[in-house]
Design a protein around this ligand. Structure first.
Ligand SMILES: Nc1ncnc2c1ncn2[C@@H]1O[C@H](COP(=O)(O)OP(=O)(O)OP(=O)(O)O)[C@@H](O)[C@H]1O
Ligand SMILES: [Mg+2]
Length: 467
């Protein structure tokens, strides 16, 4: 069955359609998430349904479509149990414009910092680069051909000296032949390392910024963008290899072939209809105590968030973006605060609450080995680069999981993150001694795990520092 999911997703990556997600049924989504996240079935199900509902909404007749609101979700659960992981994997899968932001990074409008509208601007920016990437893939072949011709012009300037003598027709043919020969060499890679001078435009790619930055940088970006349209693009000569030149010129040609207005219109459509904003650490903006200073602004952030979640227009550098149908997935540990401490209007906008469970020892066992990016797989691959094959016996895995669970109980529960600290401690000696120790095979069994970790685990003070 696995084999069924993978090609579907791959196909979608290539698909040029607006709604490439036909095969991403709730079951297929959960199955794909299963490859990375152990357990947490309820959460996986909820996000899968929400994602599919977006797709369904697109197919509802228009007057009703506008009425269908997204199923905004709050994922509630202790730290390190997979909340962010689910969101991350969902993003990869969904092919929808997706952004993960930390609610605690935002400040109320009027205060220094980043205002909440920035997340919509960033989402739109991501959609634009997404569509642009797709479009440049579409024109890639053509752009490469055009770049090739420009490159041949550069490599074969038609100066009078280089032109062969003889009757006119013969000369033209000769030039043509030389050019075609050169083209063959170029394609065969024979000219790759030769140097060539090309003119490049300074601001070839005003890449949309994705990283969260402070408010002032935002402004700077906007100004830069504004001026980039007004000021003539500066040209600069650079000496590069033929290979590099071909890449640069292909990019330039691709840019020319892409209709930016169309790109922006498509990006806007995708942002508005299938955009997903993952609001992490939502519990951190609960105003805990109205007397303490910074909390005043937390409540403010909630109030600022409200219009976004309810639906408003946000001005981005590509025009207004409507947020009515953007899907919000919020997550938080809610250790101290409860979801009901959020302002009521906001609570109402997150109708779906899903609790993620604390991970058990059995979960840890599976997390160590099953996910595609499982820790043991990672370390095995790392050691392989030193020519060492490492093997973990099943009872060793068992023991690692047991210790992780123990330490979480005894000190602080940091969920699956504990596996990281346990593994680094367990493997420290091996990682340090390679490649000098010239070992080719390492077996890690229960005894080895015990011998390395027992003392640390049993001494709570020690484990507090080391693990
Ligand atoms: N259920 C799980 N299955 C597989 N791996 C997991 C699971 N839960 C956590 N992990 C691993 O632990 C790491 C931390 O998990 P994650 O970032 O999802 O925590 P979180 O729930 O968002 O916690 P926090 O509240 O601290 O943000 C992840 O990188 C992931 O590899
Ligand atoms: Mg998280």
């Amino acid at each position: 069955m696995d084999a069924k999911v993978i090609p579907l997703v791959k196909e979608e990556e290539k698909s040029k359609e607006n709604l490439p997600q036909t095969d991403l049924t709730p079951k297929a989504i959960v199955k794909a998430l299963d490859k990375y996240v152990i357990g947490q079935e309820k959460a996986k199900k909820a996000v899968a349904i929400a994602l599919r509902n977006r797709w369904r909404r697109q197919r509802v007749r228009e007057d009703l479509r506008e009425e269908i609101m997204p199923n905004n979700i709050i994922l509630i659960g202790p730290t390190g149990v997979g909340k962010t992981e689910i969101a991350r994997r969902l993003a990869k899968l969904s092919q929808a414009p997706f952004i993960k932001v930390e609610a605690s990074k935002f400040t109320e409008v009027g205060y220094v910092g980043r205002d909440v509208d920035a997340m919509v601007r960033d989402l739109m920016g991501i959609a634009v680069s997404m569509v642009r990437t797709e479009k440049s893939e579409e024109v890639e072949e053509k752009a490469k051909d055009l770049a090739e011709d420009r490159l041949l012009d550069l490599l074969l300037p038609q100066s009078p000296q280089s032109a062969p003598s003889g009757p006119e027709g013969e000369r033209v043919k000769q030039i043509h032949r030389t050019r075609e020969n050169l083209r063959k060499m170029l394609r065969g890679g024979g000219l790759d390392d030769r140097m060539v001078e090309i003119e490049v435009q300074r601001q070839m790619f005003p890449f949309v910024e994705i990283l969260p930055v402070t408010g002032s940088e935002d402004l700077e970006m906007n100004l830069q963008e504004m001026f980039s349209g007004v000021l003539p693009k500066k040209k600069k000569t650079r000496k590069v290899t033929v290979k590099e030149a071909h890449r640069i010129l292909s990019q330039e040609e691709a840019e020319k072939l892409i209709d930016m207005d169309e790109t922006i219109a498509e990006a806007k459509k995708r942002t508005e209809n299938s955009g997903i904003i993952f609001l992490d650490e939502i519990d951190k903006i609960v105003a805990m105590d109205s007397r303490s200073g910074p909390d005043v602004s937390r409540g403010g952030v909630q109030r600022d968030l409200l219009p976004l979640v309810e639906g408003t227009n946000v001005l981005t550098k590509h025009g207004f973006v409507k947020t009515d149908h953007i899907l919000f997935i919020a997550a938080g540990a809610f250790h101290q605060a409860k979801p009901s401490d959020l302002i009521p209007e906001l609570q109402g906008r997150f109708p779906i609450r899903v609790e993620l469970k604390s991970l058990t020892k059995e979960d840890f066992q599976r997390i160590l080995v099953e996910p595609k990016n499982a820790l043991l797989k990672q370390y095995t691959a790392l050691l392989e680069t030193e020519g060492v094959s490492v093997e973990f016996t099943p009872d060793a895995v068992d023991e690692i999981a047991y210790f992780a669970f123990q330490v979480n109980e005894g000190t602080e529960d940091i969920g699956a993150r504990r596996l990281q600290t346990i593994m680094t401690t367990l493997l420290e000696e091996i990682l340090f001694s390679l490649p000098d120790s010239r070992r080719k095979k390492i077996l890690i069994n229960k005894k080895k795990v015990r011998d390395t970790l027992k003392e640390i685990v049993e001494d709570q003070d020690l484990s507090r520092y080391i693990l």
